[in-house]
Design a protein around this ligand. Structure first.
Ligand SMILES: *Cc1c(COP(=O)(O)O)cnc(C)c1O
Length: 428
């Protein structure tokens, strides 16, 4: 496949946009080459500026769980746009999506909408600090909670891919309030809590990690965090920006039957428009302005186009709960197929997957935390990535990212992908 026009467009973009991209994960820095410029997308496929068709396993990094240009979402956005695109005043639509989200997700009474997952996590932590009157938080190495200052401490996703897990520009004062723990390591968390008695406002965690590849929690890990939080007056924040409305209608809280105190959303909840949200029980949410003292605001928060897209998406997921089962079956089928061909070609690898999330790591040891995720062989990953691209398959241009399975993918697409991986892995 040729990517000539994409290369030209990238050269133009580089002149006026830093690195040619508006989010670093889109760059091909970790794998080499130039990013592909998209013209359109429909269902499971991307169509690029060179006229190539690619099977998409990124899906806008998660939101497009039903495939691209999903008709009810597109229709809702078009119809809403005709009525005005932003008012800065309340609309009935905001209550409708809030009520549906509260009905679908366990343990939340109220939800506030923002414009991104970053905003959701940043606001959730501020709320936790205000509510508990404590300053410190615990986060896990390799987890990503958006790009706000407190979280850029051993952060996952693009922050690891580009070698800046601890970003310059984050002040020492901010960094000192973020304590770092190892994922899937309860003892480590207990030690931190002991050393910072009555100072920790919240533990924020990706309850299934997806920003260092896909890493499900070990048995007992989330239960242990819940217990430690309850015992120590700490709020447990589940960052379900990736997993919310994806691993189950009610996210990981429902999947593993564990109660978080605050839950963050993004990605799927916006149906492909810029939306984030955070939610909790009433007592906590009433701490927010205008009811309470913790300030949080947004000119475009609850934007009608974004809410229309999100509502159409949540309605689709709510009315067809079998979708989560279908996604899981497709993921398992893909995982089994990849496992078979990589073994046949003597490749050293580990596959992690859960629900509609999957990642292939080029290392034999189990991948359970940031350290083990970082052990993967990046040279093999580069060959894998570019090989698949030549076959018309688009996965994330980084070994630290999860692939997302969508309802639009057919078993023919999955078989095509498995055959392509067979072919590509013969060249390693
Ligand atoms: C994507 C992501 C974020 C950040 O969301 P943005 O919309 O990119 O700001 C936060 N947390 C998790 C777990 C994510 O996957």
């Amino acid at each position: 496949m040729l990517y000539k026009r994409s290369s030209q467009l990238f050269a133009e973009a580089e002149k006026v946009i830093p690195g040619g991209v508006n989010s670093p994960v889109r760059a091909f820095k970790a794998v080499g080459g130039t990013p592909i410029f998209v013209k359109s997308a429909k269902g499971a496929y991307l169509y690029d500026e060179d006229g190539n068709r690619l099977i998409d396993y990124i899906n806008s990094w998660g939101p497009m769980i039903l495939g691209h240009a999903y008709e009810p979402v597109v229709h809702a956005v078009i119809e809403k746009a005709k009525l005005g695109t932003s008012f800065g005043m309340p609309t009935e639509l905001e209550t409708q999506i809030a009520a549906l989200a509260v009905a679908m997700v366990p343990n939340i009474d109220k939800i506030r909408f923002v414009n991104s997952g970053t905003e959701a996590c940043m606001s959730a932590v501020r709320l936790a600090r205000g509510f508990t009157k404590r300053d410190k938080i615990i986060k896990f190495a390799g987890c990503y909670h958006g790009h706000s200052d407190s979280f850029l401490i051993q952060a996952g996703s693009g922050a690891i891919t580009f070698g800046s897990p601890n970003s310059p520009g984050v002040t020492a004062g901010t960094a000192k309030d973020t304590l770092l723990a190892k994922y899937n390591n309860l003892e480590n968390v207990a030690t931190l809590i002991e050393a910072n008695k009555n100072e920790i406002a919240a533990i924020i965690v990706e309850p299934v990690a997806g920003n260092m590849g896909c890493i499900p929690p070990n048995k007992g890990f989330l239960e242990g965090l819940r217990q430690l939080c309850t015992d120590n007056g700490i709020l447990l924040i589940f960052d379900e920006v990736m997993t919310g409305f994806r691993l189950a209608a009610g996210g990981v809280q429902e999947l593993f039957n564990i109660t978080a105190d605050i839950v963050c959303f993004g990605k799927v909840i916006g149906g492909g428009l810029p939306v984030g949200a955070f939610a909790a029980r009433e007592e906590i949410m009433n701490y927010l302005a205008p009811l309470g003292p913790v300030y949080q605001a947004g000119t475009l928060s609850g934007n009608p186009l974004a809410m229309a897209a999100g509502l159409a998406m949540l309605q689709a997921l709510d009315t067809d709960r079998a979708i989560f089962q279908r996604l899981e079956e497709k993921t398992a089928y893909l995982a089994a197929g990849i496992d078979k061909v990589l073994k046949a070609n003597n490749v050293t690898f580990t596959i992690n997957s859960i629900g509609s999330m999957i990642s292939v790591h080029f290392d034999a040891a189990p991948v359970i935390d940031f350290q083990t995720a970082a052990n993967g062989d990046n040279e093999t990953f580069k060959k894998f990535f570019h090989g698949l691209l030549q076959e018309g398959i688009y996965i994330a241009p980084s070994a630290y990212e999860t692939w997302f399975i969508t309802d639009a993918l057919t078993y023919e697409d999955l078989d095509f992908t498995i055959r392509a991986i067979d072919k590509v892995s013969k060249t390693f």
